[in-house]
Design a protein around this ligand. Structure first.
Ligand SMILES: [Zn+2]
Length: 147
C-alpha cells in the first residue's frame, strides 16, 4: 500500500489521473472478506488523503461498502454497476456518489422505486416483466466473472 500511495503521489500532475479505482468489495463468492476490507479501507485513506474521488466495485456488498465509506470520507465518486436497493442508492447519493447503471440495472432499479409500486395494470405488467428479467439477470450474473 505504500507503493500505491507513492504511485498516486507521483501521478497527481497527470491530467488523466482523476480518481482511485476500481476499488471495492465483492461478496458474490465471498473470498477473504477481511483482506478485501483491509485493502478497501487503505485505498479509501489514500483517496481521502489526496482529495480524490473513487470508482467503487459493488457486488452484494453495498452495506459493507457504506460502513467503510461512513468511517473514511472521500469526495464521492462512482458506484459502478450498482444494483442494490433504493435505500442503499440514497445513502451512496447522500455521500456524493453517482451510480453507474447498466440497462439491466436500470430496469431493476426503476421497478423498485415508489413511483412504480402503484396498483395499476401497467405497473403490474412491469413487475411481471421485471420478475422475468431479474431471473435472467441472476442467471447472467452467475456466469459472469468479476468485472
Ligand atoms: Zn467492477
Amino acid at each position: 500500500m505504500g507503493r500505491l500511495r507513492d504511485a498516486v503521489r507521483e501521478s497527481l500532475d497527470d491530467p488523466r489521473f482523476v480518481a482511485v479505482g476500481e476499488i471495492g468489495i465483492d461478496l458474490f463468492e465471498p473470498r477473504d472478506v477481511p483482506r478485501q476490507e483491509r485493502f478497501f479501507r487503505e485505498q479509501l485513506r489514500i483517496a481521502r488523503d489526496f482529495g480524490l474521488p473513487v470508482i467503487v466495485h459493488v457486488r452484494r456488498s453495498a452495506d459493507l461498502l457504506l460502513k467503510h465509506l461512513r468511517r473514511i470520507e472521500v469526495p464521492g465518486g462512482i458506484i459502478h454497476a450498482f444494483n442494490g436497493s433504493t435505500q442503499q442508492a440514497d445513502q451512496f447519493l447522500a455521500r456524493g456518489f453517482k451510480l453507474g447503471l447498466g440497462f439491466a440495472d436500470l430496469q431493476w432499479f426503476a421497478a423498485d422505486t415508489p413511483a412504480r409500486r402503484g396498483p395499476t395494470r401497467a405497473d403490474a405488467g412491469a413487475r411481471d416483466r421485471c420478475a422475468v428479467h431479474r431471473s435472467r439477470v441472476a442467471a447472467h450474473a452467475g456466469r459472469r466473472g468479476a468485472h
